[in-house]
Design a protein around this ligand. Sequence first.
Ligand SMILES: [Zn+2]
Length: 187
Amino acid sequence: MAVNPWQPPYDHHAAAAPGAGEPQTTYGITEEIEGDARLKNVVETAVGNWNTVLREVGAQGDLIKRGTQSWPSEPDAAAIQLSLGEVTNPFGLGGGLTTPDCGGPDGNVCKETVTFDRETIRDLDEDSGVHLVAHELGHALGLDHSKYPVADDEVMSQEGTMGVAPPTKPTQEEARAVLALYGGSAS
Ligand SMILES: [Zn+2]
């Protein structure tokens, strides 16, 4: 069996919807993203790409759905909340993740807020935008960065995408790693 090049599980991941027959988690977007057709499309493409590859490796339905779950602090919040803000870091990346609300038996099931830098994400071409959202979704779903050596097609690579087209969807290995975290049976 090949060595899994990722580092799952991450230290936390978005919650699976309680009582769902199939593994499922929810995402939500702010009104600011909702009102920006181009950005909303970038988000929906990234979510769709994850769901497509997750199905390819055995998910029975869409693992990531628009919706809400139940949280003690915020009863009608999605497990993965996508928002815009000002994100600055030394790498000049356009996204950041916080973990404001974790629980579960091991304390590692979380409501995640992903914040994209407002200026950066609006300047990106479509593929780069989808890559950024798909990458941050991968973190929210529970994946850390790829380990070396990394392949150009891995969405969880921490490498820059200079000179190569940024991958806009996860590899099947990345999807299998996520499915394992949500109790799905990857094929
Ligand atoms: Zn990252």
